[in-house]
Design a protein around this ligand. Structure first.
Ligand code: SAM
Length: 329
């Protein structure tokens, strides 16, 4: 699938549920209203949609949310999607998770053919972790990460850089990830959804984070890519890698290869724009996938050039009304 700017679309991210067992302060409001279950696609429908994308050229599939591992029977879907790994149609099947349920599922994920997972950890301090996630327990997440590694999965830690919240922990995270053999990626907070707090208070440009890290660590640019938006450096002292996802200070839209599907079947061609295409109606309209495939192709043909996330005093409202948990990070 080629978009109007000549970018090949080969990566689909699927939010399998908007529900989560955490309430991270920068992601959700505390009193979130979730979608009624009747609106959510069944696991069979999600499989059919993902399979249509694979047929159209998607080579990498990431399940996210909400929290993908809290969706009931989600392993049935993951197991079903594993057949595309076996056939070679899909290069990678992976997940972004908060890690709370990973201890339970890590071995099955590895057996299905998942090779690596992204786990979100914004703090290694138990009290602070609780404050950021509102409901999360750090030891449970660390046990999930350990189980993933024991099962042979590679782990990448995702850390959202939050001014005055976790910016005193970045060196500790680099040390820990280096020692444990996890990649580490820092993410700039994006203005998505009303969270009842001022984003300006949270926003920390990664240009600053990188400059501060460079005072303590020897960082060198490397070509390593995972098919996602992070740009990586190598840390000489630990041998580890650090990625930077910089939607605000340096957007990466020119190389965007992604589209995002919600658990109700809306396809977003850009994380930072409102335009979407409804795939649920064509999916349910017939047993054949030809209408669905036409709708997907039409949607790709209007993928926008890029997003225009801005966080400053003049732009206090979210760039898009939906929370990250709807489209999936
Ligand atoms: N529950 C899973 C998790 O915690 O990783 C998957 C969904 S979560 C929405 C995916 C990623 O998006 C997490 O790394 C989270 O920290 C990040 N995220 C959520 N809201 C964000 C925002 N407004 N800006 C930047 N990253 C955000």
């Amino acid at each position: 699938m080629l978009d109007p700017y000549g970018r090949t679309i080969s990566y689909l991210r699927v939010s399998v549920t908007d529900r989560c067992d955490f309430r991270c302060v920068y992601c959700m409001a505390e009193d979130m209203t979730f979608l009624p279950k009747s609106e959510i696609l069944t696991l069979e429908e999600l499989d059919r949609l993902c399979t249509a994308f694979v047929r159209l050229g998607v080579r990498k599939l990431r399940l996210t949310g909400g929290e993908p591992l809290v969706r009931r029977n989600v392993m049935t879907l993951i197991r079903a999607l594993g057949r595309h790994l076996e056939s070679g149609a899909l290069e990678e099947l992976t997940l972004t998770t908060n890690g709370s349920q990973l201890a339970k599922h890590a071995a099955d994920l590895a057996a299905i053919g998942v090779k690596r997972v992204n786990v979100s950890v914004d703090s290694l301090d138990e009290t602070k972790f609780r404050a950021i996630t509102r409901w999360g327990k750090l030891p449970q997440v660390l046990e999930g990460i350990a189980a993933a590694r024991r099962a042979g999965l590679a782990v990448k830690i995702n850390t959202v850089a939050l001014k005055g919240v976790n910016d005193d922990e970045f060196d500790r995270l680099v040390t820990w990830c280096g020692a444990e053999g996890h990649d580490l990626t820092f993410i700039e907070v994006m203005p998505m959804g009303d969270i009842g707090d001022d984003r300006l208070e949270q926003y920390l440009p990664l240009s600053l984070v990188r400059a501060r890290l460079a005072e303590r660590w020897t960082l060198s640019e490397i070509d390593y890519r995972t098919g996602g938006p992070a740009r990586y450096v190598r840390v000489a002292e630990t041998g580890g890698r650090i990625g930077f996802i910089t939607p605000l200070t340096h957007n990466f839209c020119e190389s965007c290869n992604r589209v995002r599907l919600t658990c109700t079947g809306q396809l977003y061609m850009c994380l930072g724009q409102n335009d979407d295409a409804d795939l649920r109606a064509p999916l349910r309209a017939s047993e054949s996938d030809s209408l669905l495939e036409d709708t997907i192709r039409e949607a790709i043909a209007r993928k926008p050039k890029g997003h225009d996330f801005v966080i400053d005093r003049r732009h206090k409202a979210p760039a898009v009304a939906r929370h990250m948990s709807v489209t999936g990070g």
